[in-house]
Ligand binder design. Structure first.
Ligand code: ATP
Ligand code: MG
Length: 770
């Protein structure tokens, strides 16, 4: 431990070694907050604190995984495994599995993802006969979500005339009724949506003091990263759990609070000292991540915010290159500039793809960047689109699996009852829903009793419905003995899904088939991991929980050497060697929707601060003079944020790239001057009045642009030999000791650095030969 503590500076050591009591670390970007949390957990364990008694809450599953890996290196694998570490959602989903029965939920409740929730809302709106142009599912969804995150239950809603009035004013007076029906339907389906995982945890801890006491006693030490972005619901959970021992350590940076639009409350960090007695406050000031130029630029921007805590951030790192500012004619040129700069840097400075990240304000901006990267054959990955598990074909398969576990799951049932086609039409499904609502039963219960209920469905269709029940019940029986992989493979084949995907000979169809194969591999891997780790429980339930809570940032599959493309929101907490912040234009960044109040604009500025501080060595700011948005070419002006950076940190590039890349820009624009002689003094005049456009559609989710790496399951057939060193995603590096069997049954015995000797079926084990 001593050795590790020497990797911290004195300011970092103080909070690390502060074992008990409430404490807060407020510090700027890159100053080691996350590092302090990590080492502090290791230190607590070295002081005899049982890992079972430590709860650590992070912003992404990926962050939790990395933190756990780091701690394992310090204290050893066995111990680190027992830490409770993860996002709020994943930790409390686990707790609700154990305790949800107090609230009337089965332990195998389904987690509805955003798609499921919106589909259900869509049906409710339709069933209630409301105008779907006024009651837009996405808007209703986010409205309900914000109620839940503020702990406004349906009852509380109907007790609050202001809320009802606000919805009525927005021409949606039935919002409360929809909310009511949505909550009832989720409950009946044994399902919780993402927000329920927090709301129901709060309900559990409030209504059941014994349960609260039990978890207060369990979680004697609580740590929270990125505390500035907790919402009210999360805040209350932490407060309740920490109330008994008050060993609560939160770290955060008010200047990086960027989720107000999703209910995050910056006051949680500002008021922490009022919430507990004798709070110890720590500050870190030295940034270890970035060059002096980047730190200076970031500091000079955030200075423009009025609402902020005073903080010092400095660095002993090199001065580095100045922040480069580049203007392009169009968004296409901007993409080409990014791609050519990456290309040049790779050639001249021995950099690799994963040294680069391109950050943008809205998902829609990735397209132009993707096009340019593809043209240059630079591998990239778009994060934050649909996660693998949200793809249609994957959701089709998992819907069957969800039904096996929880036949009440209405969204899963509606998804597969007639897919692949069984001649069960939409009218029949609508009637089933009406009957289920009328009888107060789940749709599956209605199906099981179809002969005894009064329902207007002809006998031919009834037989088809009965066949469907038999099919699902046969899977349920199989699930009692088979593991999740065996079941999933059987489901894919026997449900007709595989034929359905096979029939489609298009490249998309083939890709679908490959994805399903990849899903099966994943389940196999999961099951094996569980068996090897000797904690095989209900593998299907656990797998589905992982699936429901997976985000695109977590499932880092494929070749890790790629340029990362993501929104700034997603980049929080991460760091990259070279960072491009693109689309720095008024109305885009800052967003047109955030220009109405100071607080909205300040949140945009914090977002820019987050973006800039992701860069270690070099930051590039780019903007275009015109850009395609919503199908139209729109003139753009440089963002005020560029102007706000002190000159001394900036290198305003000449438009030489514009000219080279765009034939439209002919010499006469420059006259006789060589383009390289033109230096832009800081531009950048804004029109006196910027009118926000009337309506801006929300950014569309983009599917992942390019799938990198498509592990060939048979790759190792016969190719692996004793003595090979391999790497496995979960067990790390290992040496092959023995190979047995042939063909698809080939197994290898491998001695892994994490977890020792394991026997793996090569067809499914995802191994890299080193
Ligand atoms: P953010 O606000 O962006 O979340 P942070 O405050 O959590 O940043 P870390 O991610 O913990 O900062 O640290 C930033 C970088 O600096 C990491 O690469 C980390 O390993 C490194 N670092 C932190 N402290 C030290 C130190 N004492 N010595 C060397 N490197 C350090
Ligand atoms: Mg951090």
């Amino acid at each position: 431990m001593e050795k590790y503590l020497s990797q911290l500076n004195d300011a970092q050591l103080a909070p690390t070694l502060q074992k008990d009591g409430p404490m807060i670390v407020i510090a700027g970007a890159g100053s080691g907050k996350t590092r302090v949390l990590t080492y502090r957990i290791a230190y607590l364990m070295s002081q005899g604190v049982d890992p079972f008694n430590i709860l650590s809450l992070t912003f992404t599953n990926k962050a939790a995984k990395e933190m756990k890996g780091r701690i394992a290196k310090i204290v050893g694998d066995g111990e680190a495994k027992n830490l409770w570490m993860g996002t709020f959602h994943s930790v409390f989903a686990k707790i609700l599995r154990f305790e949800g029965h107090h609230l009337g939920f089965p332990s195998n409740f389904t987690i509805y993802d955003t798609q499921d929730s919106q589909k259900l809302l869509g049906s409710i709106i339709k069933e209630m006969g409301l105008d779907k142009e006024i009651y837009k599912t996405k808007q209703i969804y986010s409205r309900i979500s914000s109620y839940k995150n503020s702990l406004i239950t349906v009852k509380a809603y109907f007790r609050n005339p202001e809320l009802m009035e606000a919805d009525a004013m927005a021409r949606r007076p039935k919002t409360g009724e929809i909310y009511q029906e949505y909550v009832d339907r989720c409950f009946k389906a044994g399902a919780m949506d993402f927000d329920d995982l927090l709301l129901r945890t709060n309900e559990l801890l409030t209504r059941f003091p014994n349960v609260l006491a039990q978890y207060q006693d369990k979680f004697r030490y609580i740590l929270v990263d990125e505390y500035q972005d907790t919402n009210h619901s999360q805040y209350l959970i932490v407060r309740a759990l920490a109330d008994r021992f008050q060993n609560i350590c939160v770290v955060g940076d008010d200047a990086q609070s960027i989720y107000a639009f999703r209910g995050a409350n910056i006051n949680n960090i500002l008021n922490f000292q009022k919430d507990y007695d004798d709070v110890k406050l720590f500050r870190l000031e030295q940034n270890y991540r970035s060059t002096k130029n980047i730190v200076g630029a970031a500091n000079s921007v955030i200075e423009h915010n009025k609402t902020k805590l005073d903080k010092i951030v400095w660095t002993a790192n090199d001065i580095g290159e100045k922040v480069k500012v580049h203007r392009s004619l169009t968004d296409g040129d901007e993409g080409r500039y990014v791609a050519s700069t990456i290309w040049d840097n790779k050639m001249n400075n021995q950099l690799i793809n994963s040294d680069f990240a391109v950050l943008y304000r809205t998902n829609a901006q990735s397209r132009a960047i993707e096009d340019a990267l593809r043209k240059r054959d630079i591998p990239y990955r778009v994060y934050g689109g649909l996660s693998f598990y949200q793809r249609k074909e994957i959701k089709d398969v998992t819907a069957y699996l969800r039904l096996v576990l929880n036949p009440a799951d209405e969204e899963a049932l509606k998804r597969v009852i007639n897919y692949p086609g069984r001649g069960i039409g939409q009218t029949t499904i609508d009637r089933l829903v009406v009957a289920a609502n009328g009888y107060g039963k789940t749709i599956f219960e209605v199906l099981k009793n179809i002969d005894n209920l009064e329902i207007n469905i002809n006998s031919g269709t009834k037989n088809k419905l009965k066949d469907f029940v038999v099919l699902i019940e046969s899977y349920q029986i199989m699930n009692q003995t088979a593991n999740a992989f065996e079941l999933a493979e059987h489901v894919v084949k026997s449900s007709g899904l595989i034929n359905e995907f096979n029939k489609d000979g298009t490249p998309e169809g083939v890709a679908r088939l490959e994805n399903v194969q990849e899903l099966l591999n994943g389940i196999k891997d999961f099951v094996e991991g569980q068996i090897e780790l000797a904690d095989a429980g209900d593998s299907l339930a656990e797998f589905l929980e992982d699936v429901a809570l997976a985000t695109d940032l977590d499932g880092d599959k494929g070749d890790p050497n790629h340029v990362a493309l993501m929104t700034i929101h997603l980049a929080k907490g991460l760091e990259f060697n070279h960072v491009f912040i693109v689309g720095l234009e008024e109305d885009l960044f800052p967003s047109a929707m955030s220009m109405n109040t100071r607080s909205e604009l300040e949140e945009e500025r914090r977002l820019f601060y987050v973006a800039l501080t992701r860069a270690e060595k070099q930051a590039y700011l780019t903007y275009a003079l015109s850009r395609y948005r919503w199908g139209k070419l729109i003139d753009a002006e440089p963002s005020r944020f560029i102007e706000e950076i002190d000159d001394e940190y900036l290198d305003i590039l000449t438009p030489v790239n514009d000219r080279r890349q765009n034939p439209m820009l002919s010499a006469d624009i420059f006259g006789d001057i060589e383009p390289s002689q033109i230096r832009f003094k800081k531009p950048i005049k804004r029109k006196s009045e910027v009118k926000p456009p009337k309506f801006i559609p929300p950014a569309k989710l983009k599917p992942i642009g390019k799938s990198i790496g498509n592990p060939d399951v048979n790759l190792f057939d016969g190719k692996l030999t004793v003595g090979n060193i391999v790497e496995h995603s979960r067990f790390g590096k290992g040496e092959v000791l023995k190979i047995e069997g042939v063909g698809t049954d080939t197994k290898a015995e491998i001695n892994f650095e994490h977890g020792g000797v394991k026997k793996l079926l090569l067809r499914f084990a995802k191994l890299d030969v080193l």
